[in-house]
Design a binder for this molecule. Structure first.
Ligand SMILES: [Fe+2]
Length: 189
């Protein structure tokens, strides 16, 4: 299935908060770089639409894993946290976090691509990715406490800031963390 088709079929799984997810994703798709941004400057999926591909991969992985380990968690919750966990990587409307590096004249001459392909936008005020994700979500959709925890702490113990959640992770947080790691390290390698 094409990436956009996979993305649309995931969004269709959000039933109870249908109006809100449609409004939120309209904003995200039309006013931020969500549909075109890479997933990183030089690591996994550092290419156009990399962020969308990563978000879709994580959502599909999370749905598979939760089906086996925690079927009581709704598909809706899984889709929401997976599609939004890295939303902060878009930066702000009109101020993307990732900027394409233009090839030098020499690179152009030899048909080479610049490395790394993207750089961070230095005009952006520092916010960690999950904090910016929540900032951009704003009040557009009502999140449960479990969903907020999952989005904020999705990097698990890999991030110093996340120590406070140790041993207090909800199931959704653990499964999102694992699915994110699995996609970044295995699926998207
Ligand atoms: Fe991620």
């Amino acid at each position: 299935m094409e990436l956009l088709e996979r993305y649309e079929s995931l969004k269709a799984k959000v039933i109870n908060r249908r109006t809100d997810i449609v409004a939120l994703m309209n904003f995200v798709e039309n006013e931020t770089a969500y549909m075109t941004a890479p997933a990183s400057t030089k690591f996994h999926l550092c290419k156009e639409q990399g962020l969308l591909e990563h978000s879709v991969n994580v959502a599909e992985t999370l749905l598979s894993v939760k089906k086996v380990l925690a079927p009581e968690i709704s598909d809706e919750s899984c889709v929401i946290v997976a599609l939004l966990h890295d939303l902060g990587k878009v930066g702000m409307p009109n101020k993307p976090q990732y900027i394409k590096v233009e090839p030098s004249n020499k690179q152009k001459q030899y048909g080479l691509s610049p490395y790394p392909p993207y750089k961070f936008n230095s005009d952006l005020i520092y916010l960690s990715v999950p904090v910016r994700s929540l900032y951009l979500i704003g009040g557009r959709i009502a999140l449960t406490e479990e969903e907020v925890q999952a989005i904020i702490y999705h990097d698990g113990q890999y991030v110093e800031d996340n120590r406070s959640v140790a041993m207090r992770e909800e199931k959704l947080t653990l499964l999102l963390h694992y699915s994110d790691l699995w996609c970044g390290r295995i699926v998207e390698r």
